[in-house]
Design a protein around this ligand. Structure first.
Ligand code: ZN
Length: 115
């Protein structure tokens, strides 16, 4: 699976029937957090990924909300902080970030990104 695609969809509770509905949209890394190891030392960083949903589809009741406005009217949370992030999916982005400062992560040195 290519990096990131699975982060563009997220299963949430359908506002109509309460079964699993698929919120889809686009995602971005909104922050990085230091990954603190067992001994209290930072061992790397993991991304905080937010999904910006702009459509919701429920295969159970047939609900299909295809705009952000409709989602908001239905009371659906459109900004979802995703869990179960695989930092490996975002390592390329780290390397592209020239302004990243290891100090932000407690002095993580280059080469410690390996998983
Ligand atoms: Zn439904």
């Amino acid at each position: 699976m290519g990096a990131g695609h699975r982060y563009d969809e997220h299963s949430i509770s359908c506002p109509v029937c309460a079964n699993d509905a698929i919120l889809s949209g686009w995602h971005e890394v909104t922050d990085w957090e230091a990954d603190i190891g067992r001994h209290g030392n930072p061992e790397g960083a993991y991304p905080i990924v937010t999904l910006h949903g702009d459509s919701l589809r429920c295969d159970v009741c047939g609900l299909n909300l295809n705009s952000r406005e409709k989602l908001e009217v239905a009371g659906v949370e459109t900004e979802v902080e995703l869990e179960d992030i695989d930092p490996g999916d975002f390592l390329e982005q780290i390397e592209e970030w020239e302004d990243i400062d290891p100090e932000d992560f407690g002095g993580v040195v280059e080469g410690s990104w390996e998983l």
